[in-house]
Write a protein that binds this ligand. Structure first.
Ligand SMILES: Cc1ncc(COP(=O)(O)O)c(C=O)c1O
Length: 483
């Protein structure tokens, strides 16, 4: 594909994306295909001769329309209220396109100095926007790095924590059996258990600490007990993974109290703020990170969820990078270079499990520049306000109950009644809403009870979409609860 052919085809593709976003509300939010439907629409074998000719983009896009779109769940649909959002914005898409065009593999500083240094600048910017300490900047003892996901960031934190807890021995000797423990709450994301497995600790090393019955935040007395029990059994507490904004309900673990315990025991504290962390761009919401700057050894948050940056983009900071690079730095001869040897540069390949890395900083840079602090704050505030309004409507309808605090933009509710019948009705309501195609919500269990999660956070979501969702919920309830 010559530059001219790319230019022409690229215009068509950009036009397709723009028009897709304009017509997104014409699609059912949740894809309706059955397993295998999409595969059946596609040729079983690759083409022998290429299709390189005029009209390639049109043919490709026709197949996207015909074979791919039916199998798309429209995450950018304004009535997508499931899971957590995965914001895609124009500036982020442009940044991604630039990254593709530059085609840089930025494993070491020398492989493209701008790939490292722009990333250092934008993660420092984001640290400032969230009110994180200056020591977490690239020119402090810590620093930030863009990872693909919060799961990888959590895994990375576990490796760094083990390195520190073992005085560097895990890097050469491995983790042994039953020697280290990981602490997280029963409400924390499964990424913690996965990280323990990947680190060779096994899920048996994970202590899933009880939570408070009302706000679902980690119980500090229960954590203290677990730490003491392990110490007494000669097991080394390696890392506490606390959550700011759990996946089920956006519960916020008490970081300051957990951090005080972590410090007493010399345990690494990682804060998983995958969804909620970015809300701290709003000064009035910065309380969610209270204690993080003082006590956390690492933290991650995902601009690819709620901060307008196309998947994937997780930012992971450490307060001190010594253990991180100690755990992950391996320097084979073929990667040696004068800049690395000088010690004057950062080689991000030492900051995560994989070697190669994309130029993700471009999309975050484009987002931070396009929106500015004011635009980012307006984006978060709008969703928080909409969620508070939605929660007030649920509260005023006796057929439903709110099941958890909703300080941000996720509202968890279910059909009133604390029995299996209420669970069945809640499930029936969820199924009816999603089958309708006009909105999409997902579920969880809170206190063992079936619960609907309505997560507001789409770039295109307006008050009207939330009012429409409430109307659909009420209408579905009218038929299901009176049947
Ligand atoms: C609190 C929390 N941690 C981790 C994750 C995993 O995110 P990722 O897909 O970035 O690994 C999620 C996803 O929703 C989450 O809510």
């Amino acid at each position: 594909m010559s530059p001219d052919e790319f230019r022409a085809a690229g215009r068509e593709v950009v036009e397709w994306v723009a028009s897709y976003l304009e017509r997104i509300e014409t699609f059912p939010v949740l894809s309706r295909v059955a397993p295998g439907d999409i595969r059946r629409r596609l040729p079983a074998h690759p083409p022998q001769s290429g299709e390189a000719s005029d009209g390639f983009a049109s043919r490709l896009l026709a197949d996207v329309d015909g074979a791919v779109l039916p199998g798309i769940t429209h995450w950018q649909h304004p009535s997508f209220f499931g899971y957590f959002p995965a914001n895609a914005s124009g500036p982020a898409m442009l940044g991604d396109l630039l990254a593709s065009g530059l085609g840089v593999q930025g494993m070491s500083w020398i492989t493209s100095p701008a790939c490292t240094e722009l990333e250092q600048v934008v993660v420092d910017w984001l640290a400032d926007l969230l009110g994180l300490p200056a020591g977490w900047h690239a020119d402090g003892p810590g620093g930030g790095v863009i990872q693909d996901t919060a799961s990888t960031a959590t895994f990375t934190a576990v490796l760094a924590a083990l390195h520190r807890a073992s005085d560097g021995r895990t890097a050469t000797e491995g983790v042994g059996s039953g020697r280290y423990a990981v602490y997280t709450s029963i409400e924390a994301h499964s990424a913690g258990i996965k990280a323990a497995r990947m680190a060779g600790l096994g899920s048996a090393a994970v202590r899933q600490i009880e939570v408070d019955a009302k706000d679902f935040a980690m119980s500090v007395p229960a954590l203290a007990q677990a730490l003491a029990a392990d110490r007494a059994a000669d097991v080394t507490p390696a890392i506490i993974i606390a959550t700011v904004g759990t996946t089920s309900t956006t519960a916020i673990d008490p970081i300051r109290a957990i951090g005080t315990l972590a410090r007493e025991h010399g345990v690494w504290l990682h804060v998983d703020a995958a969804y909620a962390g970015v809300a701290a761009v709003c000064p009035e919401l910065r309380w969610i990170l209270d204690g993080v700057g003082e006590f956390a050894d690492s933290m991650c948050t995902n601009p690819h969820k709620w901060l307008l940056t196309n998947f994937d983009c997780d930012v992971f900071w450490v307060a001190d990078r010594t253990a991180l690079t100690g755990a992950l730095s391996v320097l084979p001869e073929f990667l040696r270079n004068a800049a690395t040897d000088s010690g004057a540069v950062v080689d991000y390949r030492d900051w995560h499990p994989q070697l190669g890395r994309r130029f993700r900083a471009l999309k975050l840079w484009a987002v931070l520049r396009w929106y500015g602090a004011d635009g980012l704050q307006a984006h978060i505030r709008r969703h928080v306000e909409l969620a508070q309004a939605f929660a007030s409507w649920v509260r005023d309808d006796a057929r439903f109950v709110l099941v958890a605090p909703h300080p941000l933009s996720l509202v968890c509710f279910r059909v009133a009644g604390d029995d299996d019948a209420a669970d069945r009705l809640t499930s029936a309501l969820l199924d009816a809403l999603n089958a309708g195609g006009r909105l999409f919500v997902t579920h969880t269990r809170v206190g063992g009870r079936m619960t609907i999660r309505l997560a507001i956070g789409g770039l295109l979501t307006t008050g009207q979409h939330v009012r429409d969702a409430w109307r659909d919920i009420q209408e579905a309830a009218d038929s299901i609860l009176t049947a």
